[in-house]
Design a protein around this ligand. Structure first.
Ligand code: BGC
Length: 712
């Protein structure tokens, strides 16, 4: 008999339910309830898993309670939101998406997993796979941005990075399944009501990719989808995840989500809530005490069976076994050295620089050439804590390099004068003087660097914003600085967890760098870019709207029957705004200047089982070595269901010295061109498809050709 069978045979109901329970320790606060002393629960076996605990000593002490003092000695799973690093912080996930670099996505996850494992963590609640087209939603910062192909690529890379080979890293948990990114009006925890087509075309691909990559766990979203809360969504959890995708791992509820089924209005009491969740396929109850308290009653009422409970326990124990916890419950706790941490900082600086997106660089004002006197202005210029971004539990509050520190380190001979100007979201009184003091610094400066944007806690969970603009009085500060600057260039560094709606800032800045929240090496990475040590290479993974009223604006729109035509009033447009976003998916400048030509296809026909190679010549006509991202899009103009105007099917990078040229080749498989047919099953439909290669989701900058899809 296997170890797991023996254990299940020996377990009482309460011990079984303990394995299906995950309780928060008071070391990081990620939800509304904080538990007290958990020792008795662990020793009695009623708590089988913990979240929000880290640190080698405390984890070892706690694990010892389970292993040495509980009747069956089953080790605990220890979960934590290791979202974009652990002790060392890498850029927030939306920023990492802008890197378009699968190897680097994996590398930062691997580094985070090693640090977290050294702190006793065995599971991260990441990657967050929610595609989102609404910058009002604060959690857009945690995900891949607007595109499902990018979502899938990141999900696969991150699962590989966190878990390593055969789960020798930490267990990953893909979340929040599914369509959480489509919450109504971008308002956190609101309902989701989307078509089945949108669900299949946009929101499921990243989870399918996580499953294909062997993800250990999946977390359903807090939200309901078309009237069915995801925590109780049998059709999607059992039918799609377990049935269609063959997912055999653990499904963990979100924080208190099972009890919230009562508030959703689908369960009358905790027993019904627990039964709905278990029947839908949820194995572990995070923080609702619904399984411990509700399942015994649900069993009595015959709402669930012991076999179902055993199956869930088996999945949890199998995960613990695969993680090696039965043989070494303390795993690599304590294994990190100071040298390891130093290496991570180098990686954080590299990733930081690669994640930032240069949105404007008028007259090549960047890179800076030996500035003598710099006026550094704004509430984010020396804000170490904000550089962390949301979800940074284990990183020290003061551990991130600021722009001020970065400038001082890189330009020891320059005179750097700094003023806060206004607080990030402060009241009016303090600012009057602050703005004048900051504006006065402009006199005599040869360059002005403005550091503005959001505080870290303005994005992330429970951080929706109806007005995703510059918060507080910062626009006033910017206006005063632009006025005072006269002809001197203003370089704006914009910090945010989302695309902000800042058309005036874009218009008046000579250069604008979207820095997002870059993590531990923020200031150094920014200075690497603005001094030209590194050429910017990030591309925005999400469209930047011109106005809130355009949301959602994204490149994968459909043509419709009356596409915009300025000459015709009765076409799809606004009376008071352009249709296009201010910056489109893929936008991002560097210090090179790239021209695309000579699109070549290895074949003009493609069968479902076939592959073709699409290549394009890229020339760097600028004066600096730089990296360019090449995207491959397609458009199926005539199909049995309408298709988006552009669909992303691939991307690749090329680095070219000034004046150099090269060729980028991307593979396109026939199966990549399947789409959900009228019945939502994958359909490969013979006919013509346009293929485009180029730097961004903008037809005017792409080179294209047509291929014909043919039957096998
Ligand atoms: C969040 C999850 C997170 C969990 C545990 C919840 O509030 O929605 O993303 O993993 O807390 O911290």
């Amino acid at each position: 008999m296997s170890r797991i069978d023996q254990l299940i045979g020996a377990m009482t109901l309460s011990e079984k339910l303990g394995q299906l329970t995950m309780t928060a320790a008071p070391y990081a606060v990620t939800g509304p309830f904080v538990a007290g002393d958990l020792s008795e629960g662990i020793k009695s076996g009623t708590i089988g898993n913990l979240l929000n605990l880290y640190g080698p000593e405390i984890v070892a002490r706690t694990q010892r309670l389970a292993v040495e003092e509980s009747r069956l000695g089953i080790p605990l799973l220890i979960g934590l939101d290791v979202i974009h690093g652990h002790r060392t912080l890498f850029p927030v996930p939306l920023a990492e998406a802008a890197m378009f670099d699968a190897a680097l996505w994996t590398e930062t996850a691997h580094a985070a997993a090693r640090e977290a494992a050294a702190d006793g963590v065995t599971m991260t609640f990441a990657p967050m796979c929610d595609v989102c087209r609404d910058p009002r939603w604060g959690r857009i910062v945690e995900g891949p941005g607007e595109d499902p192909f990018v979502g899938a690529a990141i999900a696969a890379a991150k699962v590989a990075g966190f878990q390593g080979k055969n789960l020798d890293g930490i267990a990953a948990c893909a979340k929040h399944f599914a369509a959480y990114g489509a919450v109504m009006a971008g308002r956190e925890y609101a309902s989701t009501d989307i078509s089945a087509r949108t669900l299949h075309e946009v929101h499921l691909a990243s989870f399918a990719a996580a499953v294909a990559a062997g993800v250990a766990a999946i977390m359903p979203a807090f939200t309901e989808l078309d009237g069915v809360p995801m925590t109780a969504n049998r059709e999607l959890l059992q039918g799609y995840l377990r049935g269609q995708l063959g997912f055999e791992g653990v499904i963990i509820s979100d924080y208190n989500a099972i009890a919230e089924l009562m508030r959703h209005g689908v369960a009358a009491d905790l027993a019904e809530a627990a039964a709905l969740a278990l029947n839908a396929g949820v194995d572990i109850d995070m923080m609702a005490e619904a399984y411990g308290d509700g399942l015994p009653v649900a069993l009595e009422r015959r709402l669930v069976t012991m076999d179902q409970i055993d199956a869930a326990v088996r999945r949890v124990l199998r995960l613990k076994e695969r993680l090696g916890l039965f043989d070494d419950p303390y795993r690599s706790a304590g294994a990190e050295s100071a040298a390891d941490l130093a290496k991570r900082r180098v990686l954080a600086r590299d990733a930081g620089a690669k994640s930032m997106v240069l949105l404007k660089n008028e007259k090549d004002v960047l890179p800076l050439t030996k500035p003598r006197r710099i006026a550094l202005i704004g509430p984010l210029a020396d804000a170490a804590q904000e550089m962390r971004g949301p979800w940074a539990a284990a990183a020290p509050l003061t551990g991130c390099a600021t722009v001020l520190e970065g400038l001082r380190a890189a330009l020891p001979d320059a005179e750097i004068e700094y003023a806060l100007g206004v607080a990030i979201d402060g009241g009016a009184a303090e600012e009057a003087g602050g703005i004048a003091i900051a504006a006065a610094l402009c006199d005599g400066a040869d360059v002005i660097i403005l550091c503005v944007g959001e505080a870290a806690n303005m994005s992330g969970e429970a951080a929706s914003r109806a007005h995703p603009h510059l918060p507080g009085q910062q626009q006033r500060l910017c206006d005063a600085i632009f006025e005072k600057a006269g002809g001197r260039p203003v370089i704006t560094i914009l910090f945010s967890g989302r695309p902000l709606i800042v058309p005036a800032l874009v218009e008046k800045s000579a250069a604008l760098l979207a820095a997002w929240f870059p993590g531990s090496e923020a200031g150094n990475a920014i200075v690497d870019l603005i001094t030209g040590k590194v050429s910017p290479s990030g591309c925005t993974p999400v469209s930047w709207p011109r106005a809130t009223g355009q949301i959602p604006v994204f490149f994968g729109e459909r043509n419709g029957g009356r596409p915009i035509n300025p000459a015709d009033h009765y076409t799809s447009k606004y009376l008071d705004s352009e249709n296009s976003p201010l910056f489109v998916f893929g936008d991002g400048l560097g210090y090179g200047r790239f021209a695309f030509s000579n699109l070549k296809l290895s074949a003009t026909t493609l069968a479902r089982s076939g592959t073709l190679a699409a290549s394009v010549d890229v020339a760097n006509e600028g004066g600096h070595t730089a990296e360019e991202t090449v995207f491959l899009f397609c458009h199926d103009r005539l199909a049995s269901v309408t298709r988006p105007l552009l669909e992303l099917k691939g991307f690749a990078k090329i680095t070219l010295a000034a004046g150099a040229r090269g060729t980028v080749t991307l593979a396109l498989k026939g199966t990549d061109l399947c789409f959900p047919g009228a019945d939502l099953a994958p359909l490969f439909e013979p006919g013509e498809v346009e293929i485009f290669l180029g730097p961004a989701a903008d037809r005017t900058r792409l080179v294209g050709a047509t291929i014909r899809l043919v039957a096998d």
